[in-house]
Design a protein around this ligand. Structure first.
Ligand code: KG4
Ligand code: ZN
Length: 357
């Protein structure tokens, strides 16, 4: 029997240093051999967000140790690795460069192919780590840096239906948390707080809810929350605000996803109703429940990656590496870090003041 490919994946686009090894099993499915993540939350906590310079330094300090740990846990020898895959973008350029250069150096030493990976493609394909999925499918990517509806047509082929025109949804969670005095990253804590609050207490805006197709906007929410936090006094007020914010996000995603479903059906007909939700915010249970409900109403099957693979990890990077390896899609060692690398390269840039939607 021929040897099944083993891919070493590296992720360092933001504040997680991660290395994973995966191998294709007999059934042709990806099998995670190890998946090691070192989070920098404690480093960035006191600044209320990721500080690029500190993040890059921490990646440099940790990457070789994390790689060694991942190799040890996988039971694989370095010389059994068939290719090295590393995130090349999008992300913070100083952070990307660490994992990318480490990956290139490893591929030179091992004399094995190097594969540059788009971080978003990692999130997009991450549910394939535990489910069999056929193309095409509709993807909602909700993370700290991105909020997009994408049609995933095949490996490397994406069509963007909608995107945020300002903040990402995870960013909105983190900013709200910061205004409530919650430590970074506040998303999970906001979800906790919201369970103790009254979601009808504060009426928050839903920017561009009735225009712009399935494009989204969250910046106005932050301004409204800033105004309210100046007036609130008690702990219960904080819980009520968190609950109102959580409910508003659910409603925005519900409405925009409904539009995305209709647009997806218009392109691919009624036979391919598969909906994948990935990225850190996909860990939010109430968002999951709300979108599951909508999927049922609209006859879509919903798939989430397992919770531990929603946030940034290197298993999803190794997975895309494996798919590309099987198609002989390798990259030269001069492949640059691409801080703004989009999945749909034809999609127009829709961010900032004066954007027309
Ligand atoms: O995908 P991810 O790990 O990193 C990026 O690529 O950005 O996503 C991190 C984001 C953070 O903004 C974090 O607050 C948010 O995901 N997040 C959540 C939850 N867990 C993580 N937001 C809301 N509810 C959660 N349970
Ligand atoms: Zn991510």
């Amino acid at each position: 029997m021929s040897k099944k490919p083993v891919i070493l994946g590296i992720e360092s686009s933001c504040d997680e240093t991660a290395v994973a090894l995966i191998r294709e099993n007999k059934e042709g499915e990806p099998e995670i051999l190890s998946n090691v993540i070192s989070s920098q939350v404690d480093i960035h906590k006191e600044f209320g967000g990721v500080v690029p310079e500190l993040a890059a330094r921490a990646h440099i300090e940790k990457i070789d140790l994390i790689a060694k740990k991942a190799l040890d846990e996988s039971g694989i020898n370095l010389n059994e690795v068939d290719a090295v895959a590393a995130t090349a973008g999008p992300g913070l350029v100083v952070c990307l460069s660490v994992g990318l250069n480490f990956g290139k150096a490893l591929s030179i030493c091992l004399k094995k192919p190097f594969i540059a990976i788009n971080h978003l493609e990692g999130h997009a394909l991450s549910p394939k780590l535990n489910s069999k999925i056929n193309y095409p499918y509709l993807l909602l990517l909700i993370s700290g840096g991105h909020t997009q509806y994408l049609c995933v047509e095949e490996l490397g082929k994406y069509k963007r239906l909608g995107t945020t025109i300002d903040d990402a949804v995870g960013e909105a969670f983190d900013k709200t948390a910061k205004l409530l005095g919650i430590e970074f990253p506040g998303g999970p804590k906001i979800e906790e707080f919201s369970k103790k609050g009254d979601p009808t207490k504060f009426d928050l805006p839903k920017p561009i809810i009735n225009k712009g197709g399935c494009n989204l906007s969250f910046a106005g929410l932050k301004t409204a929350i800033l105004r309210i936090t100046k007036k609130i006094k008690t702990e219960q007020d904080k819980y009520d605000l968190a609950a109102s914010f959580q409910k508003t996000i659910e409603e925005i995603l519900y409405k925009k996803t409904k539009i995305a479903f209709a647009e997806f059906k218009k392109i691919y007909g009624n036979k391919n109703n598969l909906f994948v939700i990935a990225g850190g915010v996909a860990s939010n249970k109430k968002i999951r429940d709300r979108l599951n409900l909508l999927s049922k109403e609209e006859n879509f099957e919903t798939i989430f990656p397992p919770i531990d693979l929603c946030s940034d990890n290197a298993a999803m990077i190794a997975l895309v590496g494996l798919e590309k390896f099987k198609k002989n899609q390798f990259n030269n060692l001069d492949f640059p870090a691409k801080p703004r690398w989009q999945l749909d390269e034809n999609a127009i840039f829709l961010k900032g003041a004066g954007v027309k939607i």
